[in-house]
Ligand binder design. Structure first.
Ligand SMILES: [Zn+2]
Ligand SMILES: [Zn+2]
Length: 397
């Protein structure tokens, strides 16, 4: 089985790269993936499959049924959306859409999973159970396409026992695959503070309630939430990246706006941390004679890689690419809506190495110079197919 998957992966690799380039050149923003979804569904139909379209509007789901198809179901997921970034790479497949770019590799995930579909469909009489392929919209934007697809029943009828997600990783050289058991990516919530004072002449502060000074106190004080309230064993980030005080050298404004992000890897701490932020900001402003309105926009939960599942797919990867090409990766305070699946069923999110220093392919995701070494697409599609087969066969060789 391993050999036939590798043979098919090699056979389809060039056309998978053509698919990736098509998707890369034609990116669509979150929840606007209409052409991408149609392209994906058409491709699946061309393999002889029957995709279900319109899940979460632009999501596509397809079931590849092996022998005794209801015996066990495993899910594989790819995301399809691009980012509002102007690509600066001078490549033949450069984005044709001004200001929109596949800078997070979701074109790679989608084309790779299409390749996986083609491979699995070809060998469907050789395995038992079914593989559910999920092509998901809106990973980059709240509330996250994953949460919508789950609400619309993507994890039912039939219900997968586990779900595997693949993501490009420009920190890992092409050819290598990265895994981490347990907590892997952070929850991410957006915090908006509106500090309200009373503006006036900069030379007569006694006639004002200066929201700039109040805001300064709030920003410094809130770092206590990280340094004194969070357990030193719990990774926590609180970053305020935007402050707007629309006064002047001699004008105290009426209000100051502050925006930031709060990230953690513990759901209970996440809730109490956010509550502390709210209380501290409100009471500091009040103590200084002003007011602070706190708005919290809840984002994705933290992502937990099920340890047993991760060990199993890591073992599958060692068989596929060799032990020397499988690496352990550290946790990251980035966030990912695949976390929603991990709250429902055993899930594992692994990394496909895409870096190549010799070719100058080193840019991180979410940058205008991001690209991948496409040799990663000679590995990803077959590897995922092999993981699914291994998961279905309970690891019998
Ligand atoms: Zn991203
Ligand atoms: Zn991404």
């Amino acid at each position: 089985m391993l050999e036939s998957i590798k043979r098919l992966a090699a056979e389809y690799a060039d056309s998978i790269i053509v698919t990736r380039r098509h998707l890369h050149a034609n990116p669509e923003l979150s929840y606007q993936e209409f052409n991408t979804a149609k392209f994906v569904a058409d491709k699946l139909r061309s393999f002889g499959l029957k995709p279900q379209e319109g899940v979460a509007k632009t999501g596509v789901v397809v079931l590849i049924e092996g022998r005794s198809p209801s015996k066990k179901v495993v899910a594989l997921r790819a995301d399809m959306d691009a980012l509002p970034i102007q690509e600066v790479n001078q490549v033949s497949y450069k984005s044709k859409v001004p200001g929109v770019m596949h800078a997070c590799g979701h074109d790679v995930h989608t084309s790779s999973l299409l390749g996986t579909a083609q491979i699995l469909n070809e060998i469907r009489t050789e395995f038992e159970g079914s593989v559910k392929l999920i092509f998901q919209p809106g990973e980059e934007k709240h509330p996250g396409g994953a949460s919508i697809m789950i609400a619309e029943g993507v994890l039912q009828n039939p219900s997968p026992v586990s779900i595997i997600g693949q993501h490009v990783m420009p920190l890992i050289p092409v050819g290598k695959i990265g895994f981490r058991e347990g907590k892997y990516m952070a929850s991410s919530d957006e915090i908006y503070l509106r500090v309200i004072g009373k503006g006036g002449h900069g030379a007569a502060p006694e006639l004002t309630i200066d929201p700039v000074v109040i805001a300064a106190h709030i920003i410094i004080a809130l770092q206590q939430v990280v340094s004194r309230n969070a357990s030193p064993k719990e990774p926590t980030v609180l970053t305020f990246g935007r402050i707007t005080a629309d006064g002047a050298t001699n004008i105290i404004p009426d209000e100051v706006k502050i925006a930031g992000t709060f990230r953690s890897l513990n759901e209970a701490w996440r809730q109490s941390g956010l509550e502390k932020i709210r209380k501290m900001a409100e009471s500091i402003a009040e103590g200084m004679g002003g007011k602070c309105e706190v708005t919290i926009s809840k984002g994705y939960p933290y992502l937990e890689n099920n340890p047993e599942l991760t060990r199993r797919i890591k073992a599958a990867a060692e068989m596929y690419v060799g032990k020397e090409n499988v690496v352990d990766i550290d946790l990251t305070m980035g966030s990912e809506d695949f976390a929603y699946y991990s709250q429902k069923i055993p899930a594992s999110f692994y990394r496909l190495g895409t870096r190549n220093d010799a070719k100058g392919i080193t840019s991180y995701v979410h940058t205008p110079t991001f690209d991948i070494d496409e040799d990663a697409l000679r590995i990803g599609p077959g590897l995922m197919a092999w993981m699914a087969i291994q998961e279905l066969s309970d690891f019998k060789k």
